[in-house]
Design a protein around this ligand. Sequence first.
Ligand SMILES: O=c1ccn([C@H]2C[C@H](O)[C@@H](CO)O2)c(=O)[nH]1
Ligand SMILES: [Zn+2]
Length: 132
Amino acid sequence: MEEKKLMQEAFKARKFAYVPYSKFQVGAALLSKDGQVFHGCNIENASYSMTNCAERTALFKAYSDGVTQFESLVVVADTDGPVSPCGACRQVISELCDAEMEVILTNLKGDVKRIQVKDLLPGAFSPKDLNK
Ligand SMILES: O=c1ccn([C@H]2C[C@H](O)[C@@H](CO)O2)c(=O)[nH]1
Ligand SMILES: [Zn+2]
């Protein structure tokens, strides 16, 4: 699937965001190696910290369907520059996606930043850190 199409899928997913508190809609589209697209939006809660970001929604949907190999992830929000994933999402993406996978960060104006998973979170806590 071409990058433009995956971006459109992220834009579509963004419209489903449940954001009564922040009013800040985020969309994600995760392309698996077998060609499936997993959509994600942010889902907030009156108990604010229970919020799930768009990126993690998409990843958890894929994993819970048994799909764990990915080509790329697009994230979009209405930001000045390309949206910047939060620390929690950087941590989760670092563990669940290949180090070489490309993450495409964008906004409604079409600004784009491409970054590899390995550069998302220097010093991320990893499964290796548990083997003491
Ligand atoms: O990359 C990001 C950044 C923020 N949010 C969500 C969390 C919250 O619902 C809202 C404001 O922080 O945006 C995401 O889903 N992804
Ligand atoms: Zn996040």
